[in-house]
Design a protein around this ligand. Structure first.
Ligand code: S5P
Length: 458
């Protein structure tokens, strides 16, 4: 089947529609694509399989899959035509990595081609690929029938996948206007609409970033440091002794004020004086996680009155993004880092949770400077970082000079892995604190981290 003919048929069966459609987001779209009914048109189905087989010729893969529901019957027809095994993911999500999420047989490490009907944001494709990868299947190439975004390639490319699309939105518009199925005005409307969506997605403008995010980045440049010291000790004497030796090397100091046994009213003024003298930021790793009203009190009252002295705090979004209002409502000049992933073994954060945290950050740049995250290796971190809203930072704990673990489930990457993957700052605790010469060790961390950072951003 010719492409023109195929596109015209899609229009005729109503798989490609123009008019006014209210989307889930509440926006009114001038077009709507829905390929679900295609399975009821054998001739069209035949055409699409033919075009897909042609498109995937030359790609290397062991098995193939279609994303349920729409693409699954299409993928099974393709599998039959090229005589390759089919597998598919359950639509409902079982626990990660249990081996029960994939139906069909494959060898561990098998390379899988992913077929889907449409691409808009690419999220469902990335999610499928990540779920397949969690089950020991590798994904490299993905094929879609329609690239509705016109830049699916770029979206998936950022996450390390190659997208092949049969037809793009522009091509559909060109053919349908040529055949007089729609007029130029409609084509223009559709283009305006998709450009508008693209802009919505484009990320946070610099002027909306929290001024503290910008300040932190300026301090990084000024001090040539992206090292955050996590000063986890239980008394003030050790605390300030270590700080004396390391303050010069760090861009930010991360505290857990609640582990100091002798915390008293002298602590904060002294800490602030160090921060001023040595030019670093103060970051209390409180990991707020309760309901809005409670976190508000935990942040502003009690013994620590964190809001008065910590420029940055950490927040777990398990209670929902509304707790950001609880924390920061009515307060100026403060910001947070959200826990998007954790470094501890078997933590319960999954991809869907991470995605929601990143989305919450994108929507609240005035109180969120970025995310805390980790990964299993450089590639894994790159994929994670690719989804960040522009301008948001990745701070990474679980970093040492050598990779490894502690005996309580902490997992370490090396400085270079962390930064090459996309960490903007590294958070180091025991790697420095437990070393013999804390000052010299902090210097090594700073130099290695900064060198890797400069290399990456250039
Ligand atoms: O996922 C995380 C998030 C954080 S904030 N994993 C972490 O280890 N952290 C914190 O980073 C942790 O609370 C500790 O203060 C620091 C790492 O310390 P280290 O001694 O293992 O380097």
């Amino acid at each position: 089947m010719k492409r023109e003919e195929f596109i015209e048929k899609l229009f005729e069966i109503g798989a490609v529609k123009f008019g006014k459609f209210t989307l889930k987001s509440g926006k009114v779209s001038p077009f709507y694509f829905d390929l679900r009914d295609m399975i009821s048109y054998p001739e069209l189905l035949d055409g699409i399989v033919e075009l897909l087989v042609e498109k995937i010729r030359g790609l290397e893969f062991d098995v193939l899959t279609g994303i349920p529901y729409t693409a699954l019957p299409i993928a099974s027809l393709v599998a039959d035509r090229i005589k390759k095994p089919l597998i598919y993911m359950r639509k409902e999500e079982k626990a990660y990595g249990t081996g029960n999420n994939v139906i069909g047989k494959y060898q561990p490490g098998a390379v899988c081609l992913v077929i889907d009907d449409l691409i808009t944001t690419g999220e469902s494709k990335i999610e499928t690929a990540e779920r397949l990868e969690a089950e020991g299947v590798k994904v490299k190439d993905m094929v879609v029938v329609i690239d509705r975004s016109n830049n699916g390639n770029e979206i998936l490319g950022r996450s390390g996948y190659d997208l092949h699309s049969l037809i793009t939105l522009d091509e559909i518009l060109a053919i349908l206007t040529k055949g007089k199925y729609i007029d130029d005005a409609m084509a223009l409307k559709v283009k305006d609409f998709t450009n508008g969506l693209a802009e919505d997605k484009t990320e946070i403008k610099a002027e909306n970033l929290n001024p503290l995010t910008i300040k932190l980045q300026e301090t990084m440049k000024r001090k040539q440091s992206n090292l955050i010291l996590s000063l986890d000790v239980t008394n003030q004497k050790d605390f300030f002794e270590i700080l004396d030796k390391t303050a010069f090397e760090i861009v930010m100091l991360k505290t857990h004020a609640d582990i100091l046994e002798d915390y008293d009213q002298s602590f904060v003024p002294k800490l602030k004086e160090y921060a001023r003298k040595y030019d670093f930021h103060i970051f209390e790793d409180r990991k707020f996680a309760d309901i809005g009203n409670t976190v508000r009190m935990q942040y502003r009252s009690g013994i620590y009155k964190i809001a008065e002295w910590a420029e940055f705090v950490t927040v777990h979004l398990v209670a929902g993004a509304a707790i950001l209002d609880g924390l920061f409502g009515g307060i100026e000049g403060r910001s947070s880092f959200l826990l998007a992933r954790m470094s501890s073994k078997d933590n319960l954060i999954n991809e869907a949770y991470t995605r929601k945290v990143l989305e919450a950050g994108r929507k609240n740049p005035e109180v969120v400077s970025g995310f805390i995250g980790h990964g299993k290796d450089k590639t894994d971190i790159q994929r994670f970082k690719a989804k960040f809203p522009a301008g948001m930072m990745l701070l990474m704990p679980g970093v040492k000079l050598e990779s490894g673990t502690d005996n309580l489930g902490q997992q370490y990457l090396t400085v270079e892995e962390a930064i090459a993957g996309g960490a903007d700052c590294i958070i180091v605790g025991r790697g420095i604190i437990k070393s013999e010469d804390q000052g010299a060790t902090a210097k090594i961390y700073r130099e290695r981290a900064w060198k890797a950072y400069i290399y990456r951003i250039n």
